[in-house]
Design a protein around this ligand. Structure first.
Ligand code: URA
Length: 244
């Protein structure tokens, strides 16, 4: 499905010299470069104006581009994933790979209109490690989630969603700004945070990759249930605003 471009120019991710996956992270002799070490965080007065120029952590150095959120300017629902995957890194759009396909199915099954949903990630650069010729996803470190919180805050301020869907543990920690948040403790519930409803659920990759069919099925059903809940909350709040 074609997605709307990022809504905020500050979140625009055009990059002057995109890297191909084959070249990224490879030294001239074909050997893999070690991951860049963390560079110090940018001081607040040096904040980059645009996501494409972000150097708040070292992940930019091995990614093709930063991937900002996409969706309607003032979507009532924001879905937050972990970080772009291989396809997202190449295309510059969130959730355009297998996890995105599952999410599209879940939205359809939940009866939630994509036009009501802004989609983004807690971390805007793809973190990966080489395995043969493939780039394998690597979970971002908490310091990288913390560094990227700046961009999530900007998206929240500009889109102003009433409902946030946390797709997985990294998203939940980022949304709550709480490194100790535990998905298992709250999955299936609705939390209130910063004046918004937060609906925590599993990351779509979990529903794709769980080792057995029953777990995959349960995880998918939980994601659909979370989206139904998000849709209901968004509609209810919109109804209240109309009445006011
Ligand atoms: N997984 C994520 O968390 N986000 C994406 O954009 C793609 C896969």
């Amino acid at each position: 499905m074609q997605r709307a471009p990022p809504t905020d120019d500050a979140m625009s991710t055009r990059k002057t010299s995109p890297r191909s996956p084959g070249k990224t992270g490879e030294a001239d002799d074909g050997k893999t470069k070690p991951a860049a070490k963390d560079s110090p965080l940018v001081e607040p007065h040096q904040q980059p104006a645009r996501l494409a120029e972000c150097r708040r952590c070292a992940l930019w150095s091995r990614a093709t581009q930063a991937v900002g959120g996409t969706g309607p300017k003032h979507a009532p629902i924001m879905m937050v994933g972990e970080q772009p995957g291989d396809k997202e890194d190449l295309q510059g759009m969130p959730f355009v790979g297998p996890a995105g396909e599952l999410l599209d199915d879940a939205l359809k099954d939940a009866g939630v209109d994509r036009r009501d949903v802004y989609v983004t990630n807690a971390v805007k650069h793809f973190k990966w490690e080489p395995r043969g010729k493939r780039r394998m996803h690597k979970t971002p470190a908490q310091r990288e989630v913390d560094a990227c919180h700046y961009w999530l805050e900007r998206e929240l301020a500009s889109v102003g969603p009433r409902v946030l869907v946390a797709l997985g543990a990294t998203a939940l920690k980022a949304i709550l700004d709480d490194r100790d948040a535990r998905l298992q403790a709250v999955v299936g519930k609705v939390l209130e945070h910063g004046g918004r409803h937060v609906v925590p659920t599993y990351h779509p990759s979990f529903a794709l990759r769980a080792p057995d069919e029953a777990t995959r099925h349960r995880a998918y059903a939980a994601i659909v249930a979370a989206l139904v809940k998000a849709g209901t909350l968004a509609q209810r709040d919109a109804g209240r605003e109309d009445d006011a």
